[in-house]
Design a protein around this ligand. Structure first.
Ligand SMILES: [Cu+2]
Length: 655
């Protein structure tokens, strides 16, 4: 039934659109004839927007619904009287700007195209004609949309836009949004000491951090004492204050689930520490969906929407200012000091997702690459290193407010994939169920498949289509159905090196291959080439990120970045899959598409490729601070802990 409604409604929308397009063309011709010119008439956009705004097509006016649409364009954001109503699937045409949102969400067209479409429509479709159609359209909207809205949820959510941090705090509404977020966090924190069996406790900051993970008796992450012992064993006791606190600074405390039911909810975060892939995107999207509802309740602001830290944009890798403000509820002292003081930024290399987003053709491959790449890289770099509390230690990471802006971006990075792969193959992972609580403190268990389309959850991101640093991703028709091991997908080994022990800072290995092998890399359709790192093994946390680069032996200054490996969560769970402490070795295999990098190296006649492995903190100096200050605050160069005994089973170049 719902599907039928949708089809009727979409078909209806298309008729309206094509009608308007036809009218526009007729009108343009008329103008040209009258003026005796063959030129397009001059367009007065502002006037036309006004005209359209005064010509409501469908008009439903719920309060607080002005926040939808393509967030970056101020004409949506600033439109006081403009509003829209959204069923989970549909946005009702309201005034001009809302019609963009309608078109965007209903037809999935890119915003700029819609902008053009809308502007031209506005100019040429006369007010009278619009008004004439209004009656018909409104009647149809009532007939079609309202039943859908009610049938689907009973109370249809307005469509909110999750914005990048810089936009969230900008513009006339920016201060209000920031204040609202801060108010929500402060309110949730004020509930931390509520009676453990109360609804208030289930709406507290502590409770929500504990949903992701907690330390205490019975937690898979062990107790504070266990993690203390662990840091001592790793000879990383200089970091103990971040776990147990220091004079005047709070430490992490053991938590006790108030009842058995809470055990279904707390410490349920899924990360895939041991190579077995888990539902990391799905679990976190659900978590944030309910968290955002609690935030709105706590701020008493139904328009509040979780912003995201846009660090995949190389210009935005500094920790946002508000998080550096020691007086703000967004501040936490347990982060990398240099980052927290604005002296360092995240190195844009560790947040680069161009390669997985453009070359992974399978969803599970992508999810795994994002989790073990940018996701963990940011955790470890913000939290000084892994496994340091709090961002660097899975079991306590969600205590830091930046955790939520970080993971909102990871959720967006999922949306980027969905946007580019509209025909994703359904998988068993979609049937997995997880349990959370909502803003009334009520427990809710739902399957991941209910959370695949963010529009049905009432939100979109302001940018899901232009997520790469360098190029814009074109949507592809299909993804590859199964996750093929690299051996099958790329059967030809061009060259390889086995058993590499990594030195504390930098290790280079040369892979030889017959001259001319890489000829296929030139031309417009290069042969995809992979770098496979087999069995990257460590006995314990190496305490630094591992940067991977390729370079030409005769031209090392032209080094190309390949990827960054982190150990976020890899050794955190006290009980591993095998149900026991795992201080034993853990191996993971990584594959990278290096076609782009090899092309840049111009390897045509080379017989060798140098692969470089380097310990890194994931940070880079901020250019905004004076160099003297930067030098004083420079973190000591990252090194791998010798005890970790980092090795790589084999490095293979494959096609
Ligand atoms: Cu995480």
């Amino acid at each position: 039934m719902l599907r039928l409604y949708r089809h009727i409604y979409c078909a209806f929308g298309r008729v309206v659109l094509s009608k308007h397009t036809a009218l526009r063309d007729q009108n343009a011709q008329r103008v040209r004839r009258r003026s005796g010119t063959t030129q397009e008439p001059k367009r007065d956009y502002r006037k036309s927007i006004d005209e359209l705004e005064s010509s409501a097509l469908f008009c439903f006016v719920p309060k607080n619904a002005h926040q939808m649409g393509a967030g970056s364009e101020s004409m949506y954001q600033n439109s006081a009287g403009c509003s829209a109503m959204a069923s989970p699937k549909f946005v009702v045409l309201d005034r001009g700007h809302m019609s963009i949102a309608f078109l965007k969400h209903s037809f999935g067209l890119p915003t700029d195209q819609l902008g053009r479409e809308m502007r031209s429509r506005k100019l040429t479709v006369t007010r009278i004609l619009l008004r004439a159609t209004r009656v018909v359209l409104s009647a149809a909207a009532f007939a079609l949309v309202i039943p859908i809205a009610y049938a689907q949820s009973g109370n249809s959510p307005a469509l909110h836009t999750r914005m990048r941090w810089q936009d969230f705090i900008s513009g006339p509404e920016g201060n209000k949004r920031l204040a609202s977020l801060q108010k929500a966090i402060a309110k949730m924190r004020s509930l931390d000491n509520s009676p453990p069996d109360s609804v208030n406790f289930r709406l507290s900051w502590k409770y929500w951090a504990n949903i992701h993970g907690y330390l205490g008796q019975g937690s898979k992450f062990g107790t504070v004492a266990y993690q203390t012992d662990r840091l001592n064993r790793l000879q990383m006791s200089q970091f103990l204050p971040y776990l147990v606190g220091a004079t005047g600074k709070p430490g992490i405390q053991d938590q006790t689930p108030p009842d058995d039911g809470t055990k279904d909810v707390w410490a349920t975060c899924v990360h895939s520490p041991q190579g077995k892939q888990l539902n990391v995107f799905g679990w976190h999207r659900m978590y944030f969906y309910y968290f955002e509802r609690v935030l709105r309740w706590a701020a008493n602001d139904p328009t509040l929407t979780l912003p995201y830290w846009d660090y995949t944009n190389p210009a935005e890798t500094a920790l946002p200012d508000a998080f550096q403000d020691t007086g703000s509820p967004l501040y936490d002292w347990r982060r990398s000091e240099a980052l927290n003081e604005g002296l360092a930024i995240l190195n844009p290399q560790i947040t680069d997702i161009d390669s997985p987003l453009s070359t992974d053709t399978n969803f599970l491959q992508y999810e795994g690459d994002i989790e073990s790449g940018v996701h963990g890289n940011v955790h470890c770099s913000v939290g000084q290193t892994c496994p340091i509390a709090i961002m660097g230690l899975v079991g306590v990471a969600a205590n830091d407010p930046i955790f939520y802006e970080h993971h909102a971006n990871i959720d967006r990075i999922w949306s980027c994939w969905q946007n580019a792969h509209p025909h994703e193959t359904p998988g068993d992972w979609q049937n997995e169920q997880f349990t959370f609580v909502d803003e009334t403190g009520t427990k809710i268990t739902r399957p991941v498949r209910d959370f695949l389309d963010t529009k049905t959850l009432g939100y979109v991101y302001d940018n899901e289509s232009n997520c790469m640093q360098v190029a814009t991703l074109q949507a592809t028709a299909n993804e590859t159905p199964g996750l093929l091991p690299a051996e099958q997908a790329f059967p030809n080994i061009l060259g390889s090196v086995k058993s590499i022990g990594l030195k504390p800072t930098t290790t280079s290995v040369d892979i030889s291959f017959p001259k001319g092998t890489l000829h296929g890399l030139t031309g417009s359709t290069p042969t995809p080439t992979k770098l496979l790192l087999r069995d990257v093994s460590s006995k314990s946390d190496p305490a630094a990120l591992l940067g991977v680069f390729v370079e030409r032996k005769d031209l090392p200054q032209n080094r190309q970045y390949v990827g960054t490996i982190n150990w976020f969560g890899v050794f955190d769970a006290m009980q591993g899959m095998e149900g026991e402490k795992h201080d034993g070795q853990i191996s993971r295999t990584f594959q990278y598409d290096i076609t782009r990098q090899l092309r840049r190296l111009e390897l045509k006649n080379a017989k060798e490729l140098t692969v470089v492995f380097e310990a890194t903190s994931g940070l880079a100096p901020s250019k905004k601070k004076p160099s003297r200050e930067r030098a004083l605050a420079a973190p000591s160069a990252a090194t791998f802990r010798a005890d970790a005994a980092l090795t790589i089973g084999a490095v293979e170049l494959r096609q």
